[in-house]
Ligand binder design. Structure first.
Ligand code: SF4
Length: 220
């Protein structure tokens, strides 16, 4: 099959963004954080390899026990592990939560940094998590958070063949205009759960089937 030009990919990407916006006009983050950037950073850190619903069950207990950043910074590791034990990788997550709180107090004057590079210095916060925190907490959209759903959908749509999330993000940033980056993660997660699921994509009901090479192939 002939290689698709960048221009053609950009045109398809705009159609995808428009239709996603029509289907998910006002998407809300699933993680509960009460509008507090620190609580969002911790919730995002905890959400690695687990569902937002599972995180939303433990964070109220965490905040009741450690309401302020300083409380969490001074927490006993075993106590935090106990609160997080229902989550995968709870030991490393507990360590990172405390480390995050300590670094924010020690290095950032008690404020979650707005800068995406500084955010990534926090333990447990990688590029994807930093993208989510900057865009949801501060409204600064610096990129596209590529999680498992965004990664899968980008590949099925033929927008990327990169092997990792950072390469996939680079490919998406080339074809999606910056003013559209902000809605990608939340909308594509909803779409990935409802239609373009990992195991059984619902191509026959998909509103992107006419612009999706993988959908056309799967329907044959
Ligand atoms: Fe996913 Fe199928 Fe829709 Fe393509 S047509 S985006 S593979 S559900």
């Amino acid at each position: 099959m002939a290689r698709e030009s960048l221009k053609s990919k950009r045109e398809r990407a705009l159609v995808v963004c428009d239709r996603m916006a029509q289907h998910y006009p006002d998407p809300k983050p699933q993680l509960e954080f009460g509008g507090d950037p620190f609580r969002l950073a911790i919730a995002v850190l905890l959400s690695a390899q687990t569902t937002d619903a599972a995180v939303n069950k433990v964070t109220p207990i965490l905040w009741e026990r450690y309401p302020a950043i300083a409380d969490l910074a001074a927490a006993e590791l075993a106590d935090v592990e106990d609160i997080l034990h229902s989550l995968g990788f709870f030991r490393s997550k507990a360590k990172n939560c405390i480390g995050c709180a300590q670094m924010i107090l020690g290095d950032f004057d008690g404020q979650v940094p707005r800068d995406i590079d500084e955010l990534q210095k926090l333990p447990g916060i990688g590029r994807k998590s930093a993208n989510i925190v900057t865009s949801i907490a501060f409204g600064d959209v610096c990129g596209i958070a590529v999680d498992t759903h965004v990664f899968r959908i980008a590949h099925r749509l033929g927008f990327s063949s990169a092997k990792d999330p950072s390469g996939t993000e680079r490919d998406l940033l080339k074809i999606i205009p910056p003013e559209r980056w902000g809605g990608v993660n939340i909308r594509w997660i909803l779409f990935g759960r409802a239609l373009c699921t990992a195991q059984r994509p619902q191509c026959d009901q998909c509103f992107l089937a006419d612009v999706c090479p993988e959908g056309k192939r799967l329907q044959k």
